[in-house]
Ligand binder design. Structure first.
Ligand code: ADP
Length: 398
């Protein structure tokens, strides 16, 4: 264990995740999560030496601020703070301004705030987290790592919407994608598994968590991805609708729905939650469908069908020589029924499931779960580790 750690912070709209990472090994010395901010059930929990501690956050006041202060106190009491060499902040939207990780300056924070239009639920919270950390750790270098950066290699044919060109020229409305840190990490891990240099790998990386996205990776670079201007596009997600005919919005406006209601519905009341009318959580959804809940079954079917449809279309984006499809994220790493359903659709491309391997590759274990002789490709499960990428980026830039 080294004596230099990176504090990784992921400040969300109603949550605050943190981890103290050893950049040499990728191990988390401590990791934790403040969640349900603004609600009576708000709490903060952390795992240290395998032991989990939970604490309620008192009602009222600013829960972000409370959680941040509590985390700093905790890290001080564990004598970790004086071992930090940097603070790395996950930021969702970097627009075209940030093509890689940058050291935080006042200008950088201001630009992150300016880009809040692109990720309304996230960027403001990200910037608040950075400001809070700068105040507490004024002498530590801070870095911003952008979810969009990995996708800045997409060609214009993939990132442009078929709108009048002035919409892009004036407002920079285009596809930016997200989850880039995760797609980057698993693409590099897949290269190791395949025994090839990353720049020779052609992959389809499938990140399925509460948010979900798919990326076509050609010669190690992102060439297309399912999220768009914001993380709302693409797959059906826990609470987000994903792809939608834009006319639906106009239709709802004509029915009298206002902007906030529509925004809230598409982002927070749709996806698995909206379709099932029950839960945004895949585990709960599967329990419900196993008990014969038809709405839960439909939500599962919409989710898995769309994942498979995107994979099919990204065979075109990757072109000849696909090496692997890579499943990751909470659902991609753990949910056997989801992977089975997707692999079932992929039989058309010659994929044959290795049932035992699929069963085994869960709960943090990697594995090769299917193979297609037709494509000369395999399907892999690789647990993601965004915190490690963040920590290593910080150390590399130092
Ligand atoms: P986030 O996008 O918030 O980081 P995660 O990557 O942690 O989300 O993924 C959360 C999702 O993973 C939830 O839908 C959860 O139900 C699902 N998940 C986690 N463990 C399992 C499991 N054992 N089986 C099925 N789904 C799981």
């Amino acid at each position: 264990m080294s004596n230099s750690y990176v504090l990784v912070i992921n400040s969300g709209s109603s949550s605050l995740k943190f981890a103290v990472i050893d950049p040499d090994t990728g191990d988390a010395v401590i990791s934790g999560l403040g969640e349900c901010f603004g609600l009576p059930e708000a709490e903060i929990s952390w795992k240290y030496h395998g032991e989990k501690t939970e604490e309620a956050i008192p009602a009222g006041g600013d829960h972000h601020q409370y959680a941040f202060t509590r985390i700093v106190k905790l890290l001080d009491s564990l004598e970790l703070s004086d071992k930090f060499v940097a603070v790395g902040h996950r930021v969702v939207a970097g627009g075209e301004s940030f093509k890689g990780t940058v050291r935080v300056t006042e200008d950088v924070v201001t630009e992150i705030e300016n880009l809040a239009e692109l990720a309304p639920l996230h960027n403001k919270a990200n910037a608040d987290g950075i400001r809070a950390a700068m105040e507490v750790f004024p002498s530590l270098p801070q870095f911003a790592i952008f979810d969009t950066a990995f996708h800045q290699t997409m060609p214009a044919k993939a990132f442009m919407y078929a709108l009048p060109s002035k919409v892009y020229d004036e407002y920079k409305v285009r596809r930016y994608g997200a989850h880039g840190t995760s797609h980057y990490f698993v693409s590099r891990e897949a290269a190791k598994v395949l025994g090839k240099p990353a720049f020779e790998c052609n992959l389809i990386t499938v990140h399925l968590g509460n948010g979900a996205s798919i990326t076509a990776v050609k010669n190690g670079e992102s060439v297309d991805t399912s999220m768009g201007l914001t993380p709302l596009a693409g797959l059906a997600m826990g609470t987000r609708c994903g792809d939608l005919d834009p006319s639906v919005i106009e239709f709802l406006i004509r029915k009298g729905w206002d902007n906030d209601t529509i925004f809230n519905t598409l982002n927070k009341q749709s996806g698995l939650l909206g379709l099932s009318d029950k839960t945004s959580d895949m585990r709960g959804l599967i329990e419900a469908l196993e008990q014969g809940d038809k709405a839960a079954q439909l939500a599962f079917d919409v989710f898995t069908y769309r994942v498979a449809k995107y994979i099919g279309s990204y065979l075109v984006s990757v072109g000849e020589g696909l090496n692997a499809i890579v499943f990751t994220g909470g659902i991609g790493e753990n949910s056997l029924p989801v992977r089975k359903a997707v692999l079932d659709y992929l039989k058309v491309f010659g994929f044959v499931e290795d049932e035992q391997a699929n069963e085994a590759a869960r709960f943090g274990r990697s594995g090769q779960i299917a193979q297609s002789e037709l494509l000369g490709a395999v399907a892999l499960v690789i647990p993601t580790n965004e915190e490690l990428v963040i920590a290593q980026d910080c150390v590399n830039l130092l």
